[in-house]
Design a binder for this molecule. Structure first.
Ligand code: ZN
Length: 234
């Protein structure tokens, strides 16, 4: 008998304290075929789509979160959540297999709750990036671009406040994400600056894979700059 890639896990909602269930994925059930330059995964045929299940949605109150959310609620936050999320919530569960549309809903709920709760920018950036990926999968370019832009703003905030450190994300990786999202949004100047910073710092050691990726992307950026310069001169 084949083992299901999913298993149910019981959670106690950190907000309303009621128990609910959500699917989790067995690690070895996720088989990635390729990874795009912004880490967007393409899964092998029949593989469970791992990142569809990162968000846990409480079916009772609508509070939504990931494993990275802080368990702490600052004074006043729970009242805001009750007013802005739970009061509008019609109880329904997200505990089964998710379509891309359901995964988008789950991520948007987590983004709303994370914003109210003032989660770190690096966490919000990750949620927004995954919404962009889901739209990419659906072939919805305008929404993909919209969420890449929102994600880039959060990565920029994270870089300037340094809040990525608490999530064990390296500075190189944050620089890379800023360069990469800027590139995808056609901000060639910002992309050049951030890829160059990574290449300048490579002697300090760290993430060799990110340095290689940045070099490759820097070459693409350089080619576009030259092409545009030639176009202007012509
Ligand atoms: Zn709840």
């Amino acid at each position: 008998m084949e083992i299901s890639p999913y298993y149910e896990k019981k959670f106690d909602c950190p907000h309303c304290k009621t128990a609910f269930k959500s699917l989790k994925i067995r690690k070895n059930a996720v088989r990635i075929d390729a990874t795009d330059t912004d880490f967007y995964p393409t899964y092998k045929e029949g593989s469970a789509k791992g990142y569809y299940y990162n968000v846990f949605v409480c079916e009772h109150c609508g509070y939504s979160f990931t494993e990275d959310f802080s368990p702490y609620f600052a004074p006043g936050v729970q009242q805001k959540l009750t007013e802005q999320v739970c009061a509008h919530w019609t109880p329904h569960h997200f505990k089964g297999e998710r379509t891309a549309h359901e995964a988008i809903q789950a991520y948007k709920l987590a983004f709303l709750c994370g914003t109210i709760k003032q989660e770190r920018h690096i966490i919000l950036a990750g949620l927004l990036l995954r919404i962009a990926w889901l739209y990419r999968e659906l072939g919805n370019k305008p929404q993909e671009i919209r969420f890449l832009r929102l994600s880039l703003a959060q990565y920029n905030e994270s870089y300037s406040t340094g809040d990525y450190e608490k999530l064990n994300m390296s500075e190189m990786r944050v620089l890379y994400m800023i360069g990469e999202l800027a590139f995808r949004l056609d901000d060639i100047e910002q992309a050049t600056r951030y890829f160059s910073r990574i290449i300048e710092r490579q002697s300090l050691g760290g993430d060799a894979k990110i340095v290689d990726m940045a070099k490759e992307r820097w070459e693409c950026v350089r080619a576009i700059r030259e092409e545009r310069r030639a176009h202007i001169q012509a």
